[in-house]
Design a protein. Structure first.
Length: 478
């Protein structure tokens, strides 16, 4: 059992104001692996005070100084990468191979990208006699989820530090150990005292205190749409900036000129990756009605070949869901899909055969799903795919956009111009054409109830900056 009950405030590991122990559970065997403390509003006050004090000097550092700091963080992060991968696999169940190749790599990718952005970003531009100046917004509250812990922490911390902001981080209490290690990395890299602060806790207490705090200039949140609404409501009285990356129900439009078997294989694998616990996962597969029978056969084959196993075992498989609450939710929605009359192609309720412990689920596929069914409307957040038939291209676009969400989209086609045309019609913050990988130099964020604001790259840096106009900076030319 790890003892991680201290918080990182003003460059030191400190005890919580009041002891409130919380056990971190290994989702593969349901056994406790660590103890953390759940913080209070008093702990948030201390962390925010430290960040506010540090902002006075850190906000005045040069770009070169911040680049040097981030490069030191990168070197320590690289040295701790295997420990980080093992930590993530233990706390949230991601297979070790995926933790190394994607979870840890994503955090490093954001750190490397923000250094590249800093090296060319223009914080000041002259427009006539007016100086347009971009300045750090202030103390930032960062609230992150459990499903991609390093991706989300680095996607917020890296641009905040690059901008000259100071931060208070509240990671998910379900997967806090990677954040604890990340704080140790920043401490070893020499991040100045108070620039980065970590307070563990739950959303209704620590998350709410950060969101409502009068000295927090900005709160950036990643999580469910329901929780995002709570954050925005708590932040509203202080009129702080709020950016949110929330839920998703992304459509994968397979056009009729695509290589169907390949498109289905890639779509199923993308849906199941990270045990389906990705807000941008392509969980609605839209298939031409005339090709649905062939697509079902291909999808069933991939689902039945998908292995489920211990996340610490080497190999190509998916792990458990991250928590009991998530396991219960996914099981409930699988039962709902059956009750609503969707065709169960693979998987189904209960654990996979031979597994009596752990939050493992069967890779599940429903076909002949209507877009008004619960399983096509709600974010399931598990390895559950809905296959929906469509009549023509225009119909496919209507179905893809008929959702309260708008985080991501996927288009597979033989004709690249046709794929581009459809991608431009999908109302989401990003779209992948022909299984394209993400680009950390692009941006990430959603339309509609998937949130507001953008992360990653230059767009992510801009969220942590205020724009100031200084009139008469130079004499006006007569």
């Amino acid at each position: 059992m790890r003892d991680c009950r201290q918080f990182y405030i003003e460059g030191k590991w400190v005890n919580p104001t009041e002891a409130r122990d919380w056990e971190v559970i290994n989702p593969s065997n349901e056994e406790p692996i660590a103890t953390i403390s759940l913080g209070s509003a008093a702990d948030v006050d201390k962390a925010v005070a430290a960040a506010k004090k540090a902002f006075e000097s850190y906000s005045q550092t040069t770009v070169a100084e911040r680049v040097a700091l981030l490069l030191r963080v990168i070197e320590v992060y690289k040295a701790k990468s295997e420990e980080m991968a093992e930590t993530i696999s233990l706390e949230m169940g991601c297979p070790l191979s995926l933790s190394r190749a994607a979870q840890v790599a994503a955090g490093l990718g954001h750190l490397l990208e923000i250094v590249k952005v800093l090296e060319h970003f223009e914080f000041e531009t002259l427009q006539g006699s007016t100086l347009m100046r971009k300045e750090p917004i202030g103390v930032c509250g960062l609230i992150t989820p459990w499903n991609w812990p390093m991706n989300q922490i680095a996607a917020k911390v890296a641009p905040a530090l690059a901008a000259g902001c100071t931060v208070v981080l509240k990671p998910s209490e379900m997967a806090p150990l990677s954040a604890y290690l990340f704080a140790q990395i920043l401490d070893q890299a020499g991040v100045p005292a108070g620039v980065f602060n970590l307070v563990n806790g739950d959303g209704p207490t620590v998350g709410a205190a950060i969101s409502a705090h009068r000295d927090v200039a900005m709160v950036t949140f990643t999580g469910s749409t329901r929780a995002g609404v709570s954050v925005a409501l708590a932040a509203a009285p202080t009129v702080k900036r709020v950016t949110q990356e929330l839920g998703g129900k992304s459509a994968h439009v397979i056009l009729d000129d695509a290589d169907l078997d390949t498109a289905v294989k890639e779509g199923v694998q993308a849906c199941f990756r990270n045990t389906g616990q990705s807000c941008n996962a392509p969980t609605r597969m839209l298939v031409p009605r005339t090709k649905m029978a062939q697509a079902i056969v291909a999808a069933q084959k991939i689902a039945e070949a998908t292995k489920v196993g211990d996340p610490l075992t080497e190999g190509n498989h998916i792990g458990p869901l991250a928590s009991r609450a998530q396991f219960d939710k996914v099981q409930r929605l699988i039962h709902v899909g059956i009750a609503e009359g969707a065709q169960l192609v693979a998987g189904g309720p209960e654990r996979p055969e031979g597994m009596s412990k752990g939050y493992f689920v069967k890779p599940t596929i429903f076909a002949e799903v209507r877009n008004d069914m619960t399983i096509a409307r709600e974010e399931i957040f598990g390895p559950v795919l809905c296959m929906i038939p469509y009549e023509d291209e225009a119909h496919a676009v209507r179905i893809a956009n008929d959702t309260p969400y708008g985080l991501s989209g996927f288009v597979t086609a033989g004709d690249i111009e046709r794929a581009r045309r459809v991608a431009k019609q999908i109302r989401s913050g990003n779209v992948h054409i022909n299984n394209a990988r993400v680009d950390f130099g692009g941006c990430f964020g959603g339309y509609k109830q998937s949130g507001n604001g953008r992360e990653w790259g230059e767009a992510g840096l801009a969220e942590f900056l205020e724009l100031k106009a200084i009139f008469g900076y130079t004499p006006r030319v007569k």
